[in-house]
Write a protein that binds this ligand. Structure first.
Ligand code: TPP
Ligand code: MG
Length: 808
């Protein structure tokens, strides 16, 4: 259709704008997309696919959106957007079905390698070595998430990156893979019901404030699964509800459009206008697409007859966008009934053949291991003393209707259980088979949680701080300030944004003076909106920039937690290394004052954010070394600075800017022989003070700062200490059962340290409530020097009650 043709705000489209060729091309696409949707449901009912969700009823609006896209643009959509991704050529229909079956091979399913449900799209941005490809030549699908509205926060960041690329001249030389002078548009899509999410509403506000090239579409089919609009949206209409955001004489906001889902010409016109405003002027917009239908209901796991009235079901049929498009084509003489019928029939055939190809490829990929397993089991039946039992396993495996990898693995493992007393050739062969199966299934389902490139932070070598007699003593905050200054000076891709980071240089003045020096685009104040601050960071990091985003206090990480967990943490994993977002999240926590300014919910982060490195420095020099490591590598990470450490004096290393803290390498900060204490962050100072007091009464403590909770002691250094002391305490200020328990499990279980213990291992943690305000609140809520002293002393009392008699 009218590629590259741009309508101005005031022009409108008439039938003369369309050519027969383009109209029929569009019809072919929506007809094929529909047929594919219909097949998805059938494939689920036949048992070949587990779950299916589809884009029927939303073909025309998506086609119009796709027609407004240009190479280099982005689509941050949701599970209905198959027509867009197919229209721009980012997905073939065979790949669509491969994803439906969960084919775990990126040759066939390049978007997510079978790791997500169907209709979760992700363009491969990285080559096999984890290096960026040229996004400006692609139509970029940003890796889908199932959580409704989860696709929105990073869309803000994707669009924000265009703004930065256009306004920071120093980026010109390094931006060729990512931008054409900021002319890209990010199209985000969302269902009507999901606009009820706070996440969506926060994005609307952020987009209006930031003025970025973001075009947000709401596919309004009147339902969120079974719940209709009147329970979802004020005034049952998102465009009416958001009318106050419309750009007008009061100031810039969003352009708000409404258009019907079945109005081909109206949709094309609206998308051309919105894209033009975004691309040329970075004006964001909201397109409320109304009267969208669902031909088959929400998904393959239910039927809409259960909750829709007969009238509404009739509406779904009457306002079917493909049908209306068909009528429009006939009315305007673009084609005859026969021609359209031929296209319809052709579409059904093509959809079926794509489905079959995908199914055959999927089953063919399983067959070799399956058949090999069967023949080895057959051999085992003859050789084993337990042949009868094995024969039953064989029978059930050979009858599997659609055998999958786990069927074979389960069967072979059970056969080996039955052969435990055998010593026959087939047993050896089955053992080898299992080893290979474990390895190949690891590759299919478990790889790529972290970077595999040569920029992985795990490959960064340690550079220790160097001190000389002349090394000055500075406040911790000044050390960070100098280091951030250096980072910003040396890499124009780095920028810092968050609440109060600009004008006042953050609440602890670690950034003071840096906005004046580097400008508002590099050190940027934001609204209080942690979710979209994270989204800004993720999106910009996806486009080659190196954001450091700030969550003002660790306690507020719960606000953006969903985005961190559902999007950032699993991005590299769920795209099998196809996408990355090397975002550095800076926050401060552990210990200061009161319930919302002294939390240390490390276990929450540990358990919820696997995929993001978790750095827990004890002072600002160490934090600086961590930033230097992270900004020279390509994984996402969180750095939790000690809230009570900014005004403490630290010596300034002569080589501050070159320092690198390696990830997963603990540091022994005090040597000792009686008890090992494993700790991190603010607790280091408390443990060190206790260690001095313990030393004074004859107890020698070895103190280990783990430095990073994720990764944790990669080379098993801690067990070496326990081999020497035979006693261990794990101390932190998380709640009981939190990160102290995690450290204990890592060391006793993974490092087998239990073998060397002569005393019961001990965990020191905070009280199981949020910490109370005031110095007394702190003392009685969090572990203190006396707690640490008493814990070590109690261990030594058990060892030698005469030397260490009971105290209390
Ligand atoms: C955060 C979250 N809550 C609930 C769900 C379960 N869920 C999946 S789709 C859906 C309805 C979404 O409706 P809408 O946004 O209107 O999109 P539609 O499916 O109608 O296109 C719900 C509740 C989810 N995926 N994520
Ligand atoms: Mg809906």
């Amino acid at each position: 259709m009218l590629e590259n043709e741009i309508l101005t705000e005031n022009s409108s489209m008439t039938v003369q704008h369309f050519s027969r060729e383009d109209v029929l091309k569009d019809y072919r696409l929506v007809a094929l997309s529909r047929q594919c949707s219909l097949l998805v449901r059938k494939e689920v009912f036949s048992g070949r696919a587990k779950f299916g969700i589809y884009g029927d009823g939303k073909e025309l609006c998506q086609l119009a959106l796709a027609n407004a896209m240009q190479p280099g643009d982005f689509i941050s959509g949701y599970y209905r957007d198959q027509t867009i991704v197919a229209a721009v050529g980012d997905m073939t229909w065979r790949e669509y079905f491969s994803q439906l079956y969960g084919h775990p091979d990126i040759t066939f399913e390049p978007h997510t390698g079978g790791r997500t449900m169907n209709n979760h799209h992700a363009t491969r941005w990285l080559d096999e070595n984890g290096k960026w490809l040229d996004q400006t030549k692609m139509y970029n699908s940003v890796a889908g998430v199932s959580s409704t509205a989860g696709q929105m926060p990073r869309a803000v960041g994707i669009a924000y990156a265009s703004k930065l690329y256009r306004s920071i001249p120093e980026l010109k030389d390094i931006s060729q893979n990512f931008t054409r002078n900021g002319n890209e548009v990010c199209f985000a899509t969302i269902g009507d019901a999901s606009t009820s999410e706070g996440m969506f509403l926060e994005c609307i506000n952020a987009a209006g404030v930031l003025q970025i090239p973001l075009v947000m579409s709401v596919w309004d089919d009147g339902y969120g699964i079974s719940v209709p609009s009147q329970y979802q949206t004020t005034k049952s209409s998102i465009s009416k509800a958001l009318a106050g955001y419309q750009t007008n004489e009061d100031g810039a906001g969003l352009e708000i459009f409404t258009v019907k889902a079945w109005d081909y010409a109206g949709l094309i016109e609206t998308y051309q206008k919105a894209a033009h405003l975004a691309r040329e002027f970075h004006i964001p917009s909201l397109i409320h697409v109304e009267e969208v239908t669902q031909q088959q209901g929400h998904s393959a796991s239910g039927s809409h007859e259960r909750y829709k009235s007969p009238e509404r079901l009739q509406f779904e049929i009457d306002l079917d966008c493909n049908l209306k498009f068909r009528e429009w084509i006939l009315e305007n003489d673009f084609a005859t009934e026969e021609e359209l019928k031929a296209i319809d029939e052709e579409s059904a055939k093509t959809a079926r053949s794509c489905q079959k190809e995908a199914w055959t490829a999927y089953t063919d990929s399983i067959k070799p291991q399956y058949q090999n397993a069967l023949s080895l089991i057959q051999q085992a039946i003859e050789e084993s003393s337990n042949g009868e039992e094995i024969a039953k396993i064989y029978e059930s495996l050979s009858k599997a209707y659609y055998p999958i990898h786990s069927d074979s693995v389960r069967a072979v493992r059970r056969v080996l259980h039955a052969m435990r007393f055998d010593s026959v050739p087939s047993k050896k062969a089955l053992q080898v088979w299992v080893k290979e199966a474990v390895d190949s299934n690891f590759k299919r389902f478990t790889t790529h949680q972290y970077s595999v490139s040569d920029e992985s932070p795990l490959k960064v070598e340690a550079v220790e701080p160097i001190y000389t007699e002349d090394s000055a003593s500075l406040d911790g905050r000044e050390i960070l300030n100098r280091n951030f200054d250096h980072l910003l000076s040396n890499d124009p891709r780095i920028f810092i944004l968050g609440e109060d980071v600009g004008k006042i240089g953050d609440v602890n003045q670690t950034l003071s003076g840096l906005q004046d020096k580097f400008g508002e685009e590099r050190v940027t104040d934001t609204g209080i909106r942690e979710m979209t601050i994270v989204g800004q960071g993720i999106g910009a990091a996806m486009r080659g920039l190196r954001p450091i985003i700030e969550i003002q206090y660790l306690d507020y990480i719960f606000y953006p937690f969903a985005t961190l967990a559902d999007d950032l943490a699993c991005l590299h994993y769920r795209t099998v290394g196809g996408q990355k977002a090397p975002l550095v999240i800076r926050t401060r926590g552990h210990r200061l004052e009161g319930i919302w300014h002294s939390g240390s919910p490390m276990a929450v982060l540990l358990n919820g954010l696997r995929g993001i490195h978790l750095c827990v420095p004890r002072n600002m020099t160490q934090a600086a070394g961590m930033y230097n490591t992270l900004l020279n590598s390509d994984d996402p990470a969180i750095v939790i600075e000690c809230l009570n450490g900014y005004r403490l004096k630290e010596r300034l290393p002569d080589n501050l800017y070159d320092t690198r803290v390696p990830l997963g390498v603990p540091e022994v900060i005090k040597e000792g022989t009686d008890v090992t204490i494993v700790t991190y962050g603010s607790m280091c100072r408390i443990v060190m003070e206790a260690a001095v007091q313990l030393e004074n009464i004859g107890i020698s403590v070895e103190v280990i700062d783990i430095q990073t909770l994720l990764p944790f002691d990669i080379s098993h250094k801690i067990v070496e200490s326990i081999r020497k002391t035979n006693r261990v305490i794990f101390a932190d200020e998380d709640m009981p059962g939190g990160a102290s328990a995690y450290m204990m499990q890592e060391v006793l279980d993974n490092q087998n340290a239990y073998r060397w213990l002569d005393s019961k291992p001990v965990c020191i943690a905070a009280q199981p409530h949020r910490p109370a305000y005031s110095s007394d609140g702190d003392y009685f809520s969090k572990p203190n020097v006396e707690n640490v002293f008493d814990a070590a002393y109690a261990i030594m009392h058990e060892v030698n009650p005469e030397l260490f008699p009971e105290i209390y």
